[in-house]
Design a binder for this molecule. Structure first.
Ligand code: ARG
Ligand code: GLU
Length: 711
């Protein structure tokens, strides 16, 4: 009886794994999921999605600037991504006379499109499993150094073979903790121009108040165009370049939408950690995340108050505040979700299932029987190093900002003699001065001191270390000295120091209270914390490699997928709302009426330009409405993460329904564990995007470039 019960439990959990919407799938392996996708409503074939020899959907998907996703939507290289992905480009073109952030920008013709040095868009040419070739001739019994050298040689050769005689670039990445290797061949476009952006009041509507939140009303999109040489191949910017003719571009889905419609997200998710052990997840939920959240909460308490008190500080700190708050808010949701679902107990259950399965067979038992126990033991022995590493990141990299200046200076000090000898010194100093001017433009010493005071006390407490007080004395006294005397906290002092930099002033720098503190802490971080953390991480990767190999071997029928690693992936699900917590229902879409209702609350994050109020009053929605309503955003049960911003959400026929830009707060746990009941991605409806272009902004010429599909 017991035996039957056990196999029933195994069957049941395998069953659940199979039918969730979990997973970020490798495009070249998508045929394995074709029948399931079709059962869920998809009308395309696997070859329509990914094909190396013919054009396919993949050719319309671009890695945008390395961190986001974008998609081609016209035969002349028109590219859509999120507003927050193109934000720094829009900001760099903005000035008081041309306030594109506030008013938006629309190029009326190709000659008005704005160039963006350094911005790239990459198309994946192919993605292939090269595990056997990477491991060719590598002897498992050799020591790791020898093995790595052999693999490196194979990798170099494979890359060379893949790109020789082409204009492509290639890289080989480990998947599944090194159980598999894939080669990714790409075509990198280097002339990507800004075509248009809505004003912040649309593209950033809701600001931090609504970030990670549903219901959402953000028009999070911006428009670019890829230019190529006359041969249609990537070229550096030139006025001779012409709009790129894509192999494929996405038609626009103008069909009415309804709950249950098939959705697919095609993009570049950054990182997930589905396989971590129960003890590790407990470490994250109970210790690591709460401490990081607390550190950021302290910084934000200082920054938010200062931003409220002064417009100057508000402008200086808005980008920094947004970046600190983004992860802060995500982590709170993550911890909350994992606690509510008792993710640690779920993991313990799955680990037992795994170890029990290993025990059913001698070979498995030898290979995988200890896997779980070893991972959990390593957590108890080494996770403290990860904790210290995280605290170092929060304090030395995210915390008081003068540490950032100190890092740059540290570099200059260490290479001073070299720069002097090879005659580069003057140029390096000139560059440092420019960098410092940029730094101080957005710096307020009062804010930094507030952050320093709160975070230093917390850091000492969390690290349980007297390194600061024993080497630099009382924190209050130290704070006063740093902010009244250090060259790192005042622009005039710093520039004067750089201008007369010599061996003597370098020697004196060791007495600077700010630099002295930084040197002590940074040395400990780099020489003690980082190597120990690295060791822990390497050991854990090796254990995870074995654990994951066991999952594939012992549970061949479960739906397996490799964690996200910034390579092109597919995830599918459907358009649907969610019930994130007891007593709460989220409907699946929002409308322009809801946007106006938020504006009426008076919260400055919901400010609109008068034009939007007028447009809403006139209800001039044209063809963009559905049953008289203008949809703004909707949610889907697609498994996404950071990096999926800007990804196309594609319908059953391969047409573009909208742009992915966020997840609901309750779903952010999906980086560790996907829960089909609560995990939803947030999408701006393409019909709202088109309405903003056409009706709101008078850029109908762009809508006319696209292909609209109504049936
Ligand atoms: N949460 C989204 C992401 O992780 C959007 C961030 C930009 N929006 C914002 N209000 N900060 O990138
Ligand atoms: N906004 C995120 C990004 O920039 C996507 C949201 C998420 O993490 O799911 O990639």
């Amino acid at each position: 009886m017991k035996k039957y019960l056990l196999s029933f439990v195994i069957l049941l959990s395998t069953f659940i794994h199979c039918f969730g919407e979990e997973g970020m799938l490798i495009p070249s392996l998508i045929s394995a999921f074709e029948s399931d996708m079709k059962a869920k409503g998809m009308k395309l074939s696997a070859k329509d999605i990914y094909d190396v020899n013919n054009s396919s959907l993949k050719d319309a998907i671009m890695h945008f600037g390395g961190g986001c996703t974008a998609e081609l939507v016209s035969g002349t290289g028109l590219l859509l991504t999120n507003h927050h992905c193109g934000y720094s480009q829009v900001q760099s073109h903005s000035s008081l006379e041309h306030d594109y952030l506030k008013n938006g920008f629309w190029a009326k013709n190709h000659s008005e499109e704005l160039t963006n040095p350094g911005l790239t868009a990459s198309r994946m040419v192919r993605i292939d499993d090269v595990t056997a070739s990477v491991l060719f001739g590598v002897n498992p019994s050799d020591n790791p150094m020898v093995r790595e050298a052999a693999m490196r040689k194979n990798i170099e050769q494979l890359i060379k073979d893949a790109v020789t005689g082409t204009h492509y670039e290639a890289e080989i990445k480990p998947f599944n903790y090194g159980n598999d290797y894939y080669i990714i061949v790409k075509e990198i476009f280097k002339d990507v121009r800004l075509v248009g952006t809505p004003p912040n009041s649309i593209g950033k509507f809701g600001g931090d108040t609504d970030n990670w939140v549903w219901p959402r009303h953000t028009g999070d999109f911006s428009v670019f165009r890829i230019y190529a040489g006359v041969d249609n191949k990537p070229a550096e910017y030139s006025d001779k370049n012409v709009p790129y003719t894509p192999l494929h571009f996405l038609p626009i889905s103008f069909k009415d939408r309804k709950v249950g419609d098939f959705t697919m997200v095609y993009g570049f998710p950054g990182e997930t950690e589905q396989h971590v052990s129960s003890a590790y997840l407990k470490f994250i939920v109970d210790k690591e995340r709460p401490a990081r959240i607390l550190m950021r909460q302290k910084s934000l308490s200082v920054i938010d108050a200062a931003m409220r008190s002064s417009d100057e500080i508000r402008i200086k700190y808005s980008a920094k505040q947004a970046s600190i708050a983004n992860a802060y808010k995500k982590w709170i949701g993550q911890v909350d979700g994992l606690k509510q679902l008792d993710g640690v107990s779920i993991k313990i259950g799955r680990e037992k299932e795994y170890t029990d399965m290993a025990a059913t067979n001698e070979t498995w038992n030898k290979a995988f029987g200890q896997s779980v126990a070893l991972m959990n033991k390593l957590v108890s022995e080494g996770s403290d190093w990860e904790f210290k590493y995280s605290m170092g990141i929060e304090y030395l990299y995210v915390g008081p900002e003068f540490y950032k200046l100190a890092r740059g200076l540290d570099d200059l000090m260490k290479n001073y003699t070299k720069y002097e000898e090879n005659g580069e010194l003057a140029a390096v100093i000139e560059k440092s001065i420019k960098g410092a001017q940029g730094f101080f433009k957005n710096y307020d010493a009062g804010v930094d001191q507030g952050i320093f005071d709160l975070l230093t006390v917390e850091y000492v407490k969390q690290m349980n270390s007297d390194l600061i007080t024993s080497s630099c004395g009382n924190i209050d006294v130290l704070s006063k000295a740093i902010f009244s005397k250090s060259v790192l906290t005042n622009e005039a002092r710093y520039i004067a120091f750089l201008k007369k930099l010599n061996k003597k002033s370098i020697a004196k720098l060791q007495k600077d209270p700010g630099f002295k503190l930084f040197s002590k802490l940074f040395a400990d971080f780099k020489e003690n914390v980082v190597p120990n953390y690295q060791l822990f991480d390497d050991q854990m990767t090796a254990l995870l490699k074995n654990y994951v190999a066991g999952k594939y071997e012992m549970f061949p029928d479960a739906k397996h997928w490799s964690d996200a690693n910034s390579t092109l992936r597919i995830t599918y699900g459907k358009l649907e709302g969610s019930a994130p917590t007891d007593g709460m229902m989220y409907t699946e879409h929002t409308t322009l009426d809801g946007l106006i209702a938020k504006n009426n609350t008076g919260n400055p994050d919901f400010e609109l330009l008068p034009r939007m109020l007028e447009m809403h009053k006139n209800k001039d929605y044209g063809d963009y409405a559905q049953n008289g309503e203008l949809w703004v955003c909707f949610t889907g049960s697609n498994h996404t993460t950071g990096g999926n911003s800007g990804s196309p959400v594609i319908d059953a026929n391969g047409n573009l329904m909208g742009l992915n830009f966020d997840r609901t707060w309750e779903s952010t746990m999906s980086d560790y564990m996907f829960d089909p009941n609560r995990c939803r991605n947030v999408v701006v409806d393409i019909r709202y995007v088109m309405w903003v272009m056409d009706k709101y902004s008078g850029a109908k010429h762009l809508v006319d470039e696209m292909v609209l599909v109504k049936e």
